[in-house]
Design a binder for this molecule. Structure first.
Ligand code: NAP
Length: 330
């Protein structure tokens, strides 16, 4: 059977479309020494990939035009010339968006499929869980009784952030974009308050839900939501800046200047990248695994089925079509 890959067909201006992507049939090379042939099981679609579609300086290299898009993938080994991996092993790595790939065995990491569903290696026990863990605990440092606000609260990172903040004894206010998400966050995850930013006036809603001000704001979206939060910070508030998805498809996203707001609150706003915490991934994986297995940390996945769904799944991130981690299952 012929295999397929998805390449970047054009650099999007503004919001990507299906024409941003092109499917190609591929011939796979024979395995060299220390390589594996892997069959893709799950593909992770992530907001940061939008940035890599631009030809602009950033923290990661732009995707090349007409070359395969790469992202987080969970796959099964179907052939191996490596001592590290055997046929049947499940692995995770940064791989091409393809139905099968030939890769160096060192390019992937074996996962223990008996511990948790393998898809969690791309979500709560993978990059998104780590992002929530380090951004919230290292930079946000929430204390018992403090008010923590998180945007994109029903998404992959946000839903974990809110729950870890609850574990630490904070009062948690989520911001999300649909009635179903509000219900999920309140009833399933135990958030104290949730704001629907699409139907409520964000400033008024923050005043109502955060009567004692905001001590930690976990920033996932930027834009008008971030602006409204900055006006309501308590002294010495902390703002881990994880993402700013509301601006990823914008040419220019102008907002108020933040310096005075940070001075007034003596607040600390810090961008971070999960990759900077590589040396501590083991610590996070162990803690997240414990919380998941004892039921303190719940996770949700929105799964699109089939390789032909990958572009639509990616575009769905910008429509809020996901609750929890957005994945494509092949
Ligand atoms: N710094 C790092 O190392 C790092 C690592 C991973 C992720 N991130 C960032 O973290 C954020 C969340 O990533 P994720 O993977 O967990 O994605 P996600 O939250 O699962 O999915 C994106 C969500 O963003 C919301 N959204 C989309 N457009 C929006 C807009 N214009 N205004 C407000 N909300 C909007 C949607 O939910 P609604 O229905 O609520 O609108 C959507 O479900 C992203 O900004 C991402 O870039 C950073």
């Amino acid at each position: 059977m012929s295999e397929q890959q998805i390449v970047l067909a054009s650099r999007p201006e503004g919001r990507p479309t299906r024409d941003t992507f092109r499917y190609e049939t591929i011939e796979l090379d024979a395995l060299k020494a220390d390589q594996v042939l892997v069959e893709t099981l799950y593909i992770s679609v992530d907001p940061y990939m939008r940035g890599r579609m631009n030809d602009a300086r950033s923290y990661s290299q732009p995707f090349d035009l007409d070359a395969p898009i790469q992202g987080g993938v969970v796959a099964r080994v179907v052939e191996s010339t490596s001592d590290l991996l055997t046929v049947g092993d499940t692995v995770v790595g940064m791989l091409d968006w393809a139905t099968k790939s030939v890769v160096d065995a060192k390019q992937v990491r074996k996962i223990d499929a008996t511990l948790a569903p393998v898809s969690t290696a791309l979500g709560v026990l993978g990059m998104t869980g780590m992002t929530a863990y380090f951004g919230l605990l290292d930079i946000g440092n929430p204390q018992s009784g403090e008010t923590v606000v998180v945007s994109a609260a029903a998404g992959a990172v946000g839903s974990i952030v809110g729950q870890i903040a609850k574990i630490k004894g904070a009062r948690v206010v989520g911001i999300a974009g649909s009635a179903e998400k509000i219900q999920y966050l309140k009833e399933e995850l135990g958030f104290d308050e949730v704001i629907n930013y699409k139907t409520e006036q964000i400033g008024e809603a923050l005043d109502r839900t955060c009567p004692d001000g905001i001590d930690v704001y976990f920033e996932n979206v930027g834009g008008a939501i971030g602006d409204a939060v900055l006006d309501r910070l308590n002294p010495f508030a902390r703002i881990p800046v994880c993402g700013a998805i509301s601006g990823y498809n914008e040419q220019a996203d102008l907002g108020p200047r933040v310096q005075s707001k940070l001075i007034i609150a003596r607040a600390r706003m810090q961008g971070f990248l999960v990759g900077d915490y590589g040396k501590r991934f083991k610590e996070a994986a162990e803690q997240l695994g414990k919380w998941v297995s004892n039921g303190e940390l719940k996770y949700e996945e929105t799964i699109f089925e089939g390789f032909e769904q990958v572009p639509d799944a990616f575009l769905g991130l910008f429509d809020g079509s996901n609750t929890g981690k957005l994945l494509v299952k092949l």
